[in-house]
Write a protein of this length. Structure first.
Length: 392
């Protein structure tokens, strides 16, 4: 049996073409099976490991296809070339040339298609919602231009802070690109939150994303905002660049979470947005945090309308940095059909999101994943776990 296997293996290795096909098969099949074993969302760039295997397979297929139509034997009589009697009409030759022509047309069509796609993308002739799984698409040049304009505005006006809204489609790219800005920045998730500068430090620059409607609604009610420019964005609506100054608020020394947040105005205000009546709380940061690599500082605020835990609402705010005295606006969307409560009970938790870099003995692995630290329930000045605030 061993002698038979050895002979088969020796015979197989004697043909380099067979060895190449086996290597190609392993290259194309094994990584694909490994990817399918993991229960993760697969995106196109995960399959780059298979390149250029498919094109090698296409080349092999074309060579086999051409080999099926040999040119046939040729003979020369009287100074002219004629087909041998085996193929008097030259069908094999025309089939072979037809194969060459078909392959050439396919290659030319692919080149034209790729070129037109690149030109359309570079010109903005696309819909930014046609790029799943992200909510919308942002090209690198538009993001860099928007951040550069915000940075230049801050430098020209001698302002010491730039605030930037983010969402699921922009937060990864903007957090990385903001590290290259000369002006200190604070990036925050704009889904339910808005960060404004300390009134005592003067105005600041605010860069708002193309679909951050909540931010624009909050600005109209709680800040004085001057629209400076609308940096263009390929494939969709532009960014909005503001100079903002918050409306003054009265600090409430009793309604605060120790070393974290202090309530402004001592009441909950209402905001009409997206055909709904939202509840908005205003806070002031009591502490400062400097930017760290791939780290966000998070507050999870829970509101109980009239103290009813069954109708609780939660908003999560995430920031790349915090500055003492800056204002934080947190919006809560009441249940559909629910009445506006006369008062609310507010609870707060804090935690951090940090890179998930596991350590195995002396080795430290770096991944693109993140993990959350343990949530800490924030105590109040009076030693409790919640504050009660009347609505406007």
């Amino acid at each position: 049996m061993l002698v038979f296997l050895h002979c088969q293996w020796t015979s197989f290795r004697s043909t380099p073409y067979r060895c190449g096909l086996l290597l190609l098969l392993v290259w194309q099949i094994i990584p694909l099976l490994l990817l399918l074993l993991h229960k993760i969302g697969l995106t196109w760039h995960y399959f780059l490991i298979l390149m250029p295997g498919p094109f090698i397979l296409i080349g092999l297929f074309v060579s086999i296809l051409v080999g099926l139509h040999p040119s046939g034997g040729m003979s020369r009589r009287g100074g002219s070339r004629v087909e041998k009697s085996g193929d008097p009409c030259g069908r094999s030759r025309w089939l072979r040339y037809g194969t060459y022509l078909l392959i050439s047309l396919v290659i030319v069509a692919q080149i034209v298609n790729c070129t037109s796609s690149i030109v359309d993308t570079a010109s903005g002739n696309f819909s930014d919602h046609d790029f799943p799984p992200y909510p919308y698409h942002n090209d690198l040049r538009s993001l860099q231009h928007a951040l550069s304009e915000a940075d230049q505005l801050a430098q020209q006006r001698h302002l010491n802070r730039v605030y930037i809204t983010t969402d699921a489609a922009t937060q990864t790219a903007l957090r990385y690109l903001a590290e290259q800005m000369r002006t200190p920045t604070t990036l925050f998730d704009a889904t339910n939150c808005l960060v404004l500068p300390n009134l005592a430090t003067g105005p600041a620059v605010l860069l708002v994303g193309p679909y951050d409607g909540m931010t624009n609604a909050l600005l109209g009610q709680f800040a004085s905002a001057t629209l400076i420019d609308q940096p263009v964005r390929l494939g969709g609506p532009p960014f909005r660049l503001y100079l903002v100054t918050p409306i003054a608020g009265q600090l409430s020394s009793q309604d605060s979470f120790v070393h974290n947040l202090q309530l402004l105005d001592g009441r909950v205000q209402r905001l009409t947005f997206d055909n709904s009546s939202w509840l908005v709380t205003r806070w002031s940061f009591i502490r400062s945090e400097q930017p760290r690599f791939r780290t966000t500082y998070n507050y999870a605020l829970t509101v109980l309308p009239n103290g009813n835990s069954e109708q609780s609402m939660q908003s999560l705010c995430a920031f790349t940095s915090m500055r003492e005295g800056d204002q934080l606006l947190v919006a809560f969307d009441p249940p559909v059909g629910g009445s506006v409560p006369t008062s609310v009970t507010i609870r707060a938790q804090s935690f951090m999101t940090i890179p998930n870099n596991p350590v195995y003995g002396p080795l430290r692995a770096e991944t693109n994943g993140s993990l959350n630290t343990r949530r800490v329930r924030l105590p109040t000045v009076e030693g409790g776990e919640s504050v009660s605030v009347p609505t406007e």
